[in-house]
Design a protein around this ligand. Structure first.
Ligand SMILES: CC(C)(COP(=O)(O)OP(=O)(O)OC[C@H]1O[C@@H](n2cnc3c(N)ncnc32)[C@H](O)[C@@H]1OP(=O)(O)O)[C@@H](O)C(=O)NCCC(=O)NCCS
Length: 219
């Protein structure tokens, strides 16, 4: 996984991403280039041309991000570009995608899937926002759109999100979306100051209230 992984709070089950259909035989993964959110906000699959803007955002928010994300202290411009490239390759492998969270034309964060377990129809999501973009419901809406895509467009059954037990803002977001708390994974996550317990949450397809998104121009 790239050192620029935008969250590292969740790990798909080892060896599970190959799925029950060989990637070479499967249809291309359905990935929208853009998902509209409310106001001037949207999600947009990251491109290599975004790397400089993304790196500048990380640089400006390094201390804020380093509190919760192990890749943040040492992230480089080259590492950011590698992360964006890995995200494009992830789509080709049918393992999900990463998107920039865009507000008024500027990237203010990242949300993405860590992988897809096709055998068990399961995925996990991670995210981060710039400090100044917090407090407006942006990431709640962004994660909600990603959950809808996973459960409705891809037909997955389970979305997992993990957050350090001390990460109040992230846990509030997950609970705001109605995820069920399953318990703590002990010392599952390592930051510069040592191991942290992860709070594990899940959403199942049968529990998620959002219907499938309508195709553009559809009835
Ligand atoms: C985790 C993180 C994305 C949460 O950011 P956030 O701003 O709290 O989340 P949202 O964008 O969903 O906004 C929710 C806030 O907006 C407010 N809000 C305003 N309008 C809202 C709306 N329409 N819908 C929901 N919330 C709204 C909420 O009350 C909440 O504010 P509060 O915490 O002061 O009560 C952010 O703190 C972050 O990136 N932290 C560093 C990295 C990190 O921890 N990543 C996650 C690792 S698991």
């Amino acid at each position: 996984m790239s050192p620029a992984e935008p969250t590292s709070t969740s790990t798909p089950r080892a060896g599970a991403t190959a799925g029950d259909v060989p990637a070479s035989e499967a249809a291309p993964l359905s990935v929208p280039e853009r998902i509209a959110l409310s106001g001037e906000r949207s999600l947009r699959v990251l491109e290599e041309s975004d790397a400089d803007e993304l790196y500048a955002l990380i640089e400006a928010n390094r201390a804020h991000l380093a509190r919760w994300l192990p890749w943040a202290p040492a992230q480089t411009r080259e590492g950011t570009l590698e992360f964006v490239r890995a995200g494009r390759e992830q789509i080709d492998r049918r393992e999900g995608f990463h998107a920039g969270v865009v507000d008024a034309g500027r990237i203010v964060g990242v949300v993405g899937f860590h992988g897809i377990d096709w055998q068990h129809r399961s995925t996990s999501i991670g995210y981060w926002l710039a400090r100044g973009a917090q407090g407006r419901g942006t990431m709640s809406e962004a994660v909600g759109a990603m959950v809808t895509h996973a459960l409705r467009t891809w037909g997955l059954n389970r979305v997992e999100i993990r957050a350090s037990v001390e990460n109040r803002r992230s846990r509030a977001l997950i609970e705001r979306l109605g995820f069920r708390y399953e318990g703590d994974a002990r010392q599952a996550f390592r930051l510069a100051d040592g191991f942290h317990d992860d709070a594990v949450y899940s959403m199942l397809a049968a529990e998620w209230p959002a219907p499938a998104p309508q195709p553009p121009g559809g009835a």
